[in-house]
Design a protein around this ligand. Structure first.
Ligand code: 4NP
Length: 151
């Protein structure tokens, strides 16, 4: 199973979702793969935002080695599960390949709140407490995602 976490810049939310999911997979002794990418390429090659690195480190998760990259068409073919952080990400991913994504694209908060299409808010222009809130949302949503995927 190959999971791909997708946000806009691949420096705030999706690297955190990747790190959290990797930790939760290890806790569950599941050898699934997890990766992340952004729908925009603005930060290609950059490390995660320092506030994401810090908030992950507070939970004993190291994401400092990750590097931002732009989502590719090939990602959509190769991933088993494509997870969007908000509705804009979802639409952008869908537009890239409607056919490949129709059965494997999900909005992450829908694992917790089905059909509500809630967003993980973009914390880029926010404060460190916004990053902590995003981190908590991602822990809960990623756990719910794995619960539903192993059923
Ligand atoms: P992310 O956050 O999509 O969670 O990585 C953002 C990062 C950068 C920008 C926007 C959102 N930006 O405008 O550069």
């Amino acid at each position: 199973m190959k999971i791909l976490m997708v946000c806009l810049g691949n420096i705030c939310r999706s690297p955190l979702a990747e790190g959290i999911t990797r930790q939760l997979l290890a806790d569950r002794k599941l050898s699934w793969q997890v990766d992340s990418a952004g729908t925009a390429g603005w930060h290609e090659g950059a490390s995660p935002d320092s506030r994401s690195i810090d908030v992950a480190r507070n939970h004993q998760i190291d994401i400092s080695h990750l590097k931002a990259r732009r989502l590719t068409y090939l990602d959509l073919q190769e991933s088993d599960l494509i997870i969007a952080m908000d509705s804009q990400n979802y639409q952008d991913i869908r537009r890239l390949d409607p056919k490949a994504t129709q059965d494997k694209l999900y909005l992450i908060m829908n694992f917790l709140y089905p059909d509500q299409n809630r967003a993980v808010p973009d914390p880029y222009y926010g404060t460190s407490s916004d990053f902590e809130e995003v981190c908590q949302m991602l822990f809960d949503a990623c756990n719910a995602m794995l619960d539903q995927m192993v059923k």
